[in-house]
Structure formats: C-alpha cells, structure tokens
Ligand binder design. Structure first.
Ligand SMILES: Nc1ncnc2c1ncn2[C@@H]1O[C@H](COP(=O)(O)OP(=O)(O)OP(=O)(O)O)[C@@H](O)[C@H]1O
Ligand SMILES: [Mg+2]
Length: 220
C-alpha cells in the first residue's frame, strides 16, 4: 500500500503557554513496497510523524492518504479498522501485556479470531526463532526475545504497511541490529511497505530511501 502525506502539521497547545509546533508541513510520498529509513535527531518529530502516518494520532491539520483514501476524513472506528486490517506497528519499547503469555500477546490484535489465527501465530513465532517460548510470560524473556514477540504481534494481521519506531529500545547494538534486519527481511518477503525509524548505518544504506526529519520538517 502506498502512503502520502499532505501538509501535515502537529501543534500541542499548552494552557498559558505558547503553542508548541512539532511537525511543520510534512509532504511525503511512499510507494507500495518501499523500505524507508526515517532518521533525524532526538526530538525532531519522528515518533510523532509515524504515529500520524500509522493512524494512531490525528494531525492538527493536513492529510494522510493510504492507497488514495483520505483517512482522517473518517471517524475513529474507521481508523481502527484500517489499522487492524492493514497496519503493523512496533514501538520503541515493546509494550507487551505482562499478564499474558507470548502467544496471547501476539493474538491480542485479532482476539476475536484467535482460534483461527493460532496456527499462523505459531508459524510467525517459528520464523522468528522463539516458538519454544510461546507459553512464557514477557518478563521471562530477554530484551531481544521480547522485541521479537512485539514484532510477531505486529505481523499477526499480515500488514501491508509496517511502522517500526526504533524497535531496538534498550537492546544492545548487535541484538537491536538483528531485530531491524529481520524487519527488513520479512517486509521484503511479504512485499509490504516498511517505515523504520533507525540510526543504524547498515539499514539506512539498505533502505530504498531515507527521509530525514529535522526540527519538524523534512530535510532535503
Ligand atoms: N504530548 C505532547 N505534548 C507536548 N509536546 C510533545 C508531546 N509529545 C511530544 N512532544 C514533543 O514533540 C517533539 C518531538 O517528539 P518526538 O517524540 O516525535 O521526537 P523523536 O524525533 O521521535 O525523538 P526521539 O529520537 O528522541 O525518539 C519533542 O520536542 C517532544 O517533547
Ligand atoms: Mg521517537
């Protein structure tokens, strides 16, 4: 699926304070199947941007088109369905549910279909090399394993677009690189679009395109 943003602005209004402008007129176009590395200094607005592109947060103004559909014209229920059907999201820190097992965490996004999806969930775990951990709880796993579970959860709906916000969190460099490499591999296999916030030079050079955000603007 392709993604296009048109003049995205994001401003936070703090009572009694001036407005804080986070994103300023972001225009980007990402073609279906492209692998994009999103880079830029801390505080530049990368997370804010992918939350908006991933339909988890609304911009103050501007549009996001996914396969030509003007998404924010629609209500939250529509956005939710669009995410459920098409989008996988991996956060900087895994945000796994600690009281749920690995398998349950992965099935959460498709809970009403969990029995039908069980086999698929297990096949993803196998692909990520953690099938033997399916009944463990998140705090029984290493950081790298937790992030693989978060990756599996993002893949359970067979997303056409994957967003990953520096999925390396507090992992060491080698483990973090492994997770990012896996993401590249898997999105290439499935032909899905990938937008990855990363600072890793190897992955930046492997990306089809690099988009750099500085001070809330696309830096060209
Ligand atoms: N809810 C909020 N209210 C006010 N300001 C916010 C809010 N959320 C984020 N910001 C500000 O927006 C700016 C951009 O934040 P964002 O998280 O998008 O940056 P980032 O590029 O992802 O940085 P990092 O690389 O450190 O993750 C920061 O200055 C941050 O303080
Ligand atoms: Mg961020």
């Amino acid at each position: 699926m392709d993604i296009k943003s048109e003049n995205i602005n994001k401003t936070y209004v703090k009572k009694g304070l001036f407005n804080i402008e986070i994103l300023n007129s972001i225009n980007i176009e990402i073609l279906s199947g492209q692998k994009i590395a999103l880079t830029g200094p801390s505080g530049a607005g990368k997370s804010t941007l992918i939350h908006i592109l991933g339909l988890m947060d609304r911009p103050t103004s501007g549009k996001v088109y996914i396969d030509g559909i003007d998404c924010f014209k629609n209500n939250d229920k529509y956005l939710c369905a669009m995410r459920k059907n098409n989008i996988g999201f991996i956060f900087q820190f895994h945000y796994l549910m600690l009281d749920f097992s690995v398998l349950e965490n992965i099935l959460l996004p498709v809970w009403s279909e969990r029995y039908i999806r069980l086999k698929y969930a297990k096949s993803i775990l196998e692909r990520l090399g953690i099938l033997d951990r399916q009944d463990h709880f998140p705090n029984e796993l290493s950081g790298g394993e937790q992030q693989r579970v978060a990756l599996a959860r993002a893949l359970i709906n067979d997303p056409r677009i994957i967003f990953a916000d520096e999925p390396t969190g507090n992992l060491d460099r080698v483990t973090g690189l492994e997770i990012e490499r896996l993401l590249f591999e898997i999105s290439s296999e499935s032909g899905s679009t990938l937008v990855l916030v990363t600072h890793n030079e190897e992955l930046v050079s492997r990306a089809d395109r690099v988009i750099k955000i500085v001070n809330g603007k696309v830096c060209t």
